[in-house]
Design a protein around this ligand. Structure first.
Ligand code: DGY
Length: 319
């Protein structure tokens, strides 16, 4: 008998085709966003769950999952939506999808940097609303990215691809990571032992660390104060790493020239001030949203399930 897999969201066709070949999937063709109760109900008889970051597996939800469920194979690199301690205590295996998102997320990060620096939201709004009347030397002047210093917090897979792409803009790379990475991964990037040491070197700052209690509100008022005046901040990691009130205050005061955001606290009900600020370039959590990457994420999640059901250690086990 094929293992039964509860899939919480509509996945790309190629991924669902493979799922049908190898498993007994319970699909969600309408892409309904299920409540925790609905997931628990639909998981009855399932051997595995293949969720996205949109479904929260708190300790309470995990405790209520049917006994039949043995593995949660996430369709995401981030797994902060799963209480991994509770999963381990319950004997559940948890996997994620690293590596396959790095290029798409790095592309989006560069877009956030450019969009924020070159005032893309304001420009688009002017053109669409027919308020664009003229050209002048002082019209829509932004910040140039070429040759500037880029600070990266979290020099893992995504952070390092961002660094590589940014070098195409002749940017000088500085980074902070929990541990210094081997020299061959640095490719000339300058390591800073603490965020505080990194901040003064960032004309642009991008964050690529995991969401955890330690990284919650990592970018706070004290650290923003250490950035050069007119710096630009972007975030395509997770909303929790930013203290919204502090970032908004710095964008209003002019301490920061602009920000580019793809992820937020309490998505999609983001802090209302962001919508009002002209100097924020806003995207709706689409870092991994390319056809190539969304297929690859699904295949990677299925590779993890295949390994689990073949009695092997899944490659991307995180709990
Ligand atoms: C991820 O994979 O973590 C992306 O944010 C999409 O969920």
């Amino acid at each position: 008998m094929k293992p039964v897999v509860l899939v919480t969201r509509k996945l790309p066709d190629a991924v669902e085709d493979r799922l049908r070949r190898e498993y007994e999937p319970i699909l969600n063709p309408d892409d309904t966003l299920y409540t925790s109760d609905q997931i628990i109900e639909r998981a009855k008889g399932a051997d595995a769950i293949l969720p996205c970051h949109t479904e929260k597996f708190t300790a309470e939800v995990i405790a209520r999952l049917p006994e039949s469920v043995r593995v949660i194979a996430n369709y995401s690199v981030g797994y902060d939506h799963v209480d991994t301690e509770a999963a381990t205590a319950r004997g559940l295996i948890v996997t994620n999808t690293p590596e396959v998102l790095s290029d798409a997320t790095a592309e989006l990060t560069i877009m956030l940097m450019l969009g924020a620096a070159r005032r893309a939201s304001e420009g688009e709004q002017l053109v669409r609303s027919r308020q664009w009347k003229d050209w002048s030397p002082s019209f829509m002047v932004g910040t140039q990215m070429t040759g500037k210093r880029l600070g990266i917090i979290g020099f893992g897979r995504v952070g390092r691809v961002v660094a590589r792409r940014a070098r195409g803009f002749d940017m000088q790379i500085h980074y902070h990571n929990r541990k210094r990475v081997p020299t061959e991964f640095e490719e000339g990037a300058v390591y800073h032992e603490t965020c505080e040491q990194l901040m003064p070197h960032c004309d642009f700052l991008t964050i690529h660390c995991v969401a955890s209690p330690e990284t919650t509100k990592l970018l706070n008022a004290e650290r923003i104060a250490l950035l050069p005046d007119g710096a630009i901040v972007v975030n395509a990691a997770r909303g929790v790493v930013i203290d919204d009130e502090a970032l908004i205050a710095a964008l209003k005061s002019g301490k920061l020239a602009a920000a580019g955001l793809d992820v937020y606290n309490d998505e999609p009900d983001i802090h209302p001030q962001y919508r009002k600020l002209p100097n924020v370039f806003l995207m709706p959590h689409i870092g991994s949203a390319t056809k190539e990457t969304r297929d690859a994420m699904g295949f990677r999640a299925l590779d993890n399930l295949d390994a689990f059901f073949a009695g092997r250690e899944p490659r991307d086990r995180v709990a």
